[in-house]
Design a protein around this ligand. Structure first.
Ligand code: AGP
Length: 589
């Protein structure tokens, strides 16, 4: 999704901005731009396409500037729709969506103002310019009072040298000061991270002014407030491929480590003692999440219900918030989000909390927005995930959630074991190399079905999502027993099928669906913990993954599907780290 950087110091701003934008490239975007202030005017460089198209910035004068990578929501990807947008004295960059932009634009047009783009963001520049009388923070505040929707905004004004003002509402934004006294801002810490950087995560409604080496933060009534700064971890600044061709595959290989790093002992660890108490007393668990995190929620709910017999419902965060949800007394809500910034998940979590739930956030990013919302924060230890397609973060989420299941089961007097999963994941990873040989069947397929029952069904959905997002092949994850109720009509000899069978009680039932697909000419592949099924005539080839506590098997069975998606993507000639139309963190609704 869109990214923002800002710089205010003594160096040339443009190279710093461009370097920052490059660090945000992995998040997905379609155009990029920078604006610097120089002698009361602007130096503006913006282009459709990659950040590279902006050059190195060495010839762009000015020590103060803002930069942006845009992921189109309103208005097609184009140079004129790229940010920054300049109007009158003002230049702005914006992440989010201004929901009342049409109405505000009408108002500006009636004043005789002209628009240069089709974006919702440009009205922000018009409004700030209207309200600007030399006090940039005040003008920004006057503007934000007129906006509905979500925004992170950074703004420059020709009449305010050495100054950037910024504001946040439901879209992440941090302000920071480095050891050299330079001031920075960014939508994501990695854009500006360096050793010793002091960072403050702005909260909704806050405005910050970066000026003369100082950062001043105001609340929504423009009262100065003292905010805490934390020192950022320099490691997050420079994600490296370490010899791998792509981040996605590097991150798949990191799964065993990511899992091992994400399994606190909830029964013993003092940091979680209060949370563990709440978990043991919970009468009901509700999980809210999106995409891959939603799939990890489904897998966890299956294990919670099967092993701990506690009712557990999983909701797509984007649906939950509009369902007028009932939050029963004693409900524990788990919001799962790798980034901690997904707008739908944040909104669902907020609503659940407002309705009385105890809220625990499971995220991979410390200091992310969800951490400030939750009663309990549980960090997964996957390490930074750069590829848009989530892999190791999924396994890390499962590791944490299964550790929770194990702890709750222990409280109930039942013994289950998940601590062997990281080592077993390493074996699954090794076995997964075999799926690369399946690739030609998938690049040539008209459509692909992933089938499973019980916990395998959720892994099927995740395998399908991975394939879709990076290889663009139409695919569905399906409950194997449901195939015959309609979808079987789509299956023919141009269909490839991957069946996942790790649950003994429904193994033969999934094989029935496999046979139905095979009988219609589909090429069927199998990921299984039971080698005997691989030898059946319906199966072209199979991968055997290790056995484990059955309810925990998704953490192992998903790995061959992640490798398959990666391999098919490469064979199709696409870049797995930068899938079209997608962004790493989805900060708009
Ligand atoms: C996964 O491969 C996707 N990129 C996407 O579905 C992602 O899981 C979803 O947008 C949720 O993101 P989050 O975990 O950061 O909240």
């Amino acid at each position: 999704m869109c990214g923002i950087v800002g710089y205010c110091g003594n160096r040339k701003a443009a190279p710093v901005l461009i370097a920052g934008l490059k660090k945000l490239e992995y998040r997905g975007y379609d155009s990029a731009g920078i604006a610097t202030l120089y002698k009361g005017g602007y130096r503006l460089v913006k282009k459709k396409g990659r950040v590279e198209g902006l050059g190195d910035g060495k010839d762009v004068k000015g020590n103060v500037g803002i930069g942006h990578t845009r992921w189109a929501t309103h208005g097609a990807p184009s140079t004129r729709n790229a940010h920054p947008h300049v109007f009158g004295q003002v230049a702005i960059v914006h992440n989010g969506i201004i929901e009342n932009a049409a109405e505000l634009k009408k108002e500006c047009l009636a004043r005789g103002e002209k628009f240069a783009s089709e974006t919702d963001s440009e009205v922000i520049a018009h409004l700030i310019n209207r309200f600007y009388r030399g006090d940039l923070a005040a003008a920004l505040r006057a503007c934000t009072q007129r906006l509905t929707g979500s925004y992170a905004i950074a703004v420059l004004a020709a009449g305010s040298p050495d100054t950037i003002a910024c504001a946040r509402q439901k879209s992440p934004l941090v302000v920071a000061k480095n050891r050299a006294g330079e001031l920075l801002l960014a939508s994501d810490i990695p854009a500006v991270a360096e050793e010793g950087l002091q960072v403050c995560t702005l909260q909704d409604g806050e405005i910050a002014l970066l000026q003369n080496g100082e950062i001043t933060v105001f609340d929504s009534t423009m009262r100065r407030i003292n905010r805490d700064f934390f020192v950022c971890d320099a490691q997050i600044s420079a994600p490296a491929k370490n010899g791998y061709e792509h981040f996605m595959y590097k991150e798949i290989t990191e799964i065993p480590f990511a899992m091992r790093n994400s399994m606190p002992d909830f029964t013993q660890n003092q940091d979680f003692s209060v949370f563990y108490k709440v978990l043991c007393q919970a009468k009901y668990i509700e999980i809210v999440a999106c995409g891959t995190a939603y799939h990890s929620g489904l897998c966890a709910a299956y294990a919670f219900e099967k092993i701990c017999r506690i009712p557990c419902r999983v909701s797509l965060a984007s649906e939950y918030r509009y369902r007028d949800p009932i939050v029963p007394e004693g409900a524990l809500v788990l919001a799962i989000s790798q980034s901690g910034e997904t707008a739908d998940t944040l909104a669902a979590a907020q609503l659940a909390k407002e309705r009385g739930a105890c809220l625990a956030a499971l995220t991979n990013v410390g200091h992310s927005s969800i951490t400030t919302l939750a009663d309990f924060v549980i960090l997964t230890g996957a390490g930074q995930e750069v590829a848009v397609a989530a892999t190791k973060s999924f396994n890390a989420q499962l590791a944490t959630l299964y550790a929770m299941v194990q702890a709750l089961a222990a409280h109930q007097g039942t013994k289950v074991e998940c601590r062997d999963l990281p080592a077993l994941a390493a074996l699954s990873l090794k076995a997964s190399e075999r799926v690369r040989s399946w690739t030609p069947y998938f690049t040539g397929a008209k459509s692909v079905f992933f089938l499973g029952r019980g916990a395998d069904c959720f892994v099927a959905s995740e395998g399908s999502l991975k394939l879709k997002e990076i290889s663009y092949i139409p695919s569905e994850g399906y409950a194997a027993g449901e195939l015959k109720h309609g979808t079987l009509a789509l299956v023919d000899k141009e269909t490839a099928v991957v069946a996942v069978i790790t649950q003994q009680s429904v193994a033969q039932k999934t094989m029935n669906a496999v046979h139905e697909a095979y009988a219609r000419g589909a090429k069927v592949f199998l990921v299984t913990a039971f080698p005997e099924y691989g030898k059946r005539e319906e199966i072209v080839d199979h991968v055997v993954i290790p056995t484990c506590e059955e309810a925990f098997s998704p953490a192992l069975s998903v790995i061959p599907l992640q490798v398959l998606a990666y391999s098919v993507c490469l064979a199709c000639g696409y870049d797995p780290d930068k899938p079209r139309n997608l962004a790493k963190s989805v900060t708009v609704e």
